[in-house]
Write a protein that binds this ligand. Structure first.
Ligand code: C2E
Ligand code: MG
Ligand code: MG
Ligand code: MG
Length: 288
């Protein structure tokens, strides 16, 4: 009957809830070990600028990976949300920052003098009052200038706690760091708030790039974001560009900062170091 059906449903839900809680706690413990055992590593995806005729790799974005002891590779979309539910994200983020700055210093010393590093950050990392001091400490330790470091925050995270995050963004901007609004278009910005954000870049979410150049909705959204960037005087980056047709559409509508598999997959530091400086100015895409 109806009542026993309902109570069965509830106990099934409860069991499910408990098992996902157990899974979460298990993964938290594993992440903690991964930090201690150095099981994380970074890959770097190039970002290219097409605004000066040719093509120049102006930045790389650090992307964290977790290699389990059994060899399995866990993608960040799986473990970052779990780390965000505990304080672990702050420790993981600190490791990412240190590693990425160290690697950027190596690349700059190897001749990539003006290369920027983009780093994805989670909200709890910004709600740490010591963040500016920690970042300045890294700049000093690795002899880097803040203008080469760009912190990526998702639009969704900024709009969820604007009152807490915007003041931190402003003080970091004042210190010379750059800020990029990642996954833009997914986070329900109010336009009046967007206008006041202290950001250097808007990064169009890759879900809108996917349907280019056929999907009418994606086309309209991408063109609108490009216009918005021009009016706000903020550079727009397209991420997740996978093929020549998407690339051609973006170039046609004036997008000059492009990242995606069509240009380069994420690379290891060793691969970047092995890349000659000449190759920084060209890649497999032939400009029409
Ligand atoms: P994101 O910052 O938006 O990064 C872009 C994601 O798209 C990366 O996935 C990248 O490998 C992937 N990608 C790049 N080009 C293409 C393309 O052409 N096609 C497709 N299909 N995908 C492309 P990844 O490395 O799995 O990272 C996923 C997300 O995890 C990132 O999204 C970011 O939000 C988060 N994340 C990564 N590293 C960190 C980190 O160090 N700290 C924090 N807090 N989050 C991180
Ligand atoms: Mg990003
Ligand atoms: Mg993104
Ligand atoms: Mg993303």
């Amino acid at each position: 009957n109806a009542i026993s059906f309902i109570s069965e449903q509830t106990s099934a839900d409860l069991a499910q809830e408990q098992s996902s809680l157990v899974q979460q706690l298990t993964m938290e413990a594993e992440l903690h070990h991964a930090l201690i055992n150095h099981d994380f590593f970074l890959e770097y995806q190039p970002l290219y600028d097409f605004s000066r005729g040719g093509q120049k790799m102006i930045a790389i974005e650090a992307l964290i990976r977790w290699r389990r002891k059994n060899g399995d590779l866990v993608p960040p979309d799986v473990f970052i949300p779990i780390a965000e539910q505990s304080r672990l994200i702050v420790q993981i983020g600190r490791w990412v920052l240190g590693q990425a700055c160290r690697d950027l210093a190596k690349l700059q010393q190897a001749g990539w003098g003006d290369l920027q590093m983009h780093i994805n950050m989670a909200a709890p990392e910004f709600i740490n009052a010591k963040l500016p001091t920690e970042l300045l400490g890294l700049m000093e330790a690795y002899n880097l200038s803040p203008k080469f470091l760009c912190l990526e925050m998702t639009e969704g995270m900024v709009m969820k706690q604007p009152d807490k995050l915007i003041p931190v963004m402003s003080s970091l901007r004042q210190l010379g760091f750059k800020i990029s609004l990642d996954d833009f278009g997914m986070g329900h910005s109010s336009l009046s708030r967007l206008k006041k954000l202290p950001i250097s870049y808007l990064k169009i979410d890759r879900s809108f790039i996917y349907g280019l150049p056929q999907d009418k909705g994606d086309k309209a959204i991408v063109r609108t974001i490009l216009d918005l960037g021009r009016h706000m005087n903020v550079s727009v980056i397209a991420e997740g560009v996978e093929n020549d047709a998407q690339f051609a559409f973006l170039r046609q509508f004036g997008c000059s900062l492009i990242q995606g598999f069509v240009l380069s997959r994420p690379k290891s530091l060793a691969e970047l170091m092995a890349m000659s400086l000449d190759r920084r100015y060209q890649s497999k895409v032939v400009l029409g």
